[in-house]
Design a binder for this molecule. Structure first.
Ligand code: SF4
Length: 407
């Protein structure tokens, strides 16, 4: 679709969505600044019970009331006061609300849904370590998060609501990495590694850094979005000692990118940590090309590079949140060429059962044979590119030229 198809109202919406706002204090206006900005205070005051939720949000729907009551048998309910303030209580389909307030639909499992859709448990040589790709591992450090996303791929283990009893054994995980010289990249995830104290996280990072073949460490976290107060100057000063260290944050909607988040990720960027964002394509949250575009552009304004857009995994109880692949492709079509290349993530489907990430993209190569490639651009215009036989130049250019001819 060409830009000419974009309506003026889309442009106004886009700009409105890109405005940075503070989450504000909401119900917590009498709390001191020191407490509000203290990440431990935020964690201690999370909304975790249906009663608390009902008191703060009298507009809960019957589906949400039932979902909140059942949550602790599937994936716990937890929302930080900061993130709760982003919810619009008068909008049943508020994109923030959909992500963190349980609905009774979560208890329905479609036939194709799974508890471990990425097949992590079957690629786990020691508890808490997933070795699926040749040169890298996923190192799960905890089953706790600051808040719980209702579509979480690891809901079988995070929050321990299903009794998975996740007990990572760091010694065994680190010994496995040390014994496998092919592992050059370690991704710390969970649960959320940034829930650890600075000291505990540093202990882990320093042990990984002591392994000579570990070239590169990554942290996957949603803390900068759920709990930006955690990104303290002290944390950043500690992290910067362990470069090259990359961080993948997880934001799904432009409204999550508040002034607090912009400052938090700014501190990480100033510590030299390259930042990428992983979004999950979710129905009524971000399956709209204007919202998706505002989101990726706003991420760049926060110094965060959109990295992956995930098709929602086939996690049990997520059918009500899953958007179609058709919609995902439409979004990619509306991004590529229509905005900065840096803003365009790679859209992937994690192949069900453990096949790894498979990129999916609109078709730009329309046909290809031994002497030409037919391509189309973002405006739908067609172009031919002459193909060369491998290793053979397209035509014989002269290798030298006489001096007089040059003149
Ligand atoms: S923060 Fe990540 S691990 Fe935690 S619930 Fe959300 S998606 Fe799952």
């Amino acid at each position: 679709m060409a830009d000419s198809g974009v309506k003026d109202s889309d442009g106004t919406r886009l700009n409105d969505l890109k405005v940075f706002k503070s989450a504000g204090r909401g119900f917590w206006s009498d709390v001191s600044d020191a407490d509000w900005n203290d990440w431990r205070w935020q964690l201690k005051h999370r909304i975790t019970t249906p009663e608390q939720l009902g008191r703060l949000m009298p507009t809960l729907t019957p589906e949400e009331i039932a979902g909140a009551k059942l949550a602790n048998h599937k994936l716990a309910l937890a929302i930080t006061p900061y993130f709760f303030n982003l919810i619009n209580p008068s909008d049943e389909n508020c994109p923030i609300r959909l992500q963190v307030i349980p609905r009774v639909q979560e208890t329905h499992t479609a036939p194709w849904e799974m508890t471990d859709p990425c097949g992590e448990d079957s690629h786990s040589p020691v508890p808490g370590l997933v070795h699926r790709y040749p040169d890298r591992v996923l190192f799960l450090v905890t089953d706790r998060c600051a808040a719980y996303c209702r579509y979480c791929t690891r809901s079988r283990l995070v929050s321990n609501a299903t009794g998975y009893d996740f007990h990572p054994e760091f010694d065994k995980q680190i010994a496995y990495i040390a014994a496998h010289p092919e592992i050059r990249d370690v991704l710390l995830s969970g649960g959320d590694p940034l829930l650890f104290s600075d000291d505990k996280l540093e202990h882990l990072l320093s042990r990984l850094r002591a392994i000579p073949h570990v070239e590169f460490v990554r942290i996957g976290t949603r803390i900068p979005i759920f709990l930006p107060q955690r990104i303290t100057p002290e944390l950043c000063a500690m992290l910067k000692k362990y470069h090259p260290l990359f961080m993948s944050v997880h934001s799904n909607h432009p409204r999550e990118l508040t002034t607090e988040v912009r400052e938090a990720v700014g501190r990480l960027a100033y510590a030299g940590i390259p930042l990428g964002n992983q979004s999950v394509l979710l129905r009524h949250v971000n399956d709209d090309p204007v919202i998706a575009k505002a989101h990726v552009q706003k991420l760049l304004m926060c110094r965060v590079r959109p990295y992956y857009l995930y098709q929602c995994d086939l996690i049990a109880g997520s059918a009500h949140l899953r958007a179609s692949v058709r919609r995902g492709l439409e979004i990619m079509e509306r991004l590529r060429g229509h905005t900065t290349g840096y803003a365009v993530p790679t859209y992937v489907i994690d192949a069900p059962g453990g096949g790894g990430k498979v990129p999916v993209a609109p078709e730009y190569v329309l046909s290809r044979n031994h002497d030409r490639v037919l391509i189309r651009n973002y405006e739908g215009k067609l172009f031919e590119y002459p193909e060369a036989k491998d290793g053979t130049p397209l035509c014989d250019a002269p290798r030298s030229i006489e001096e007089p001819a040059l003149a």
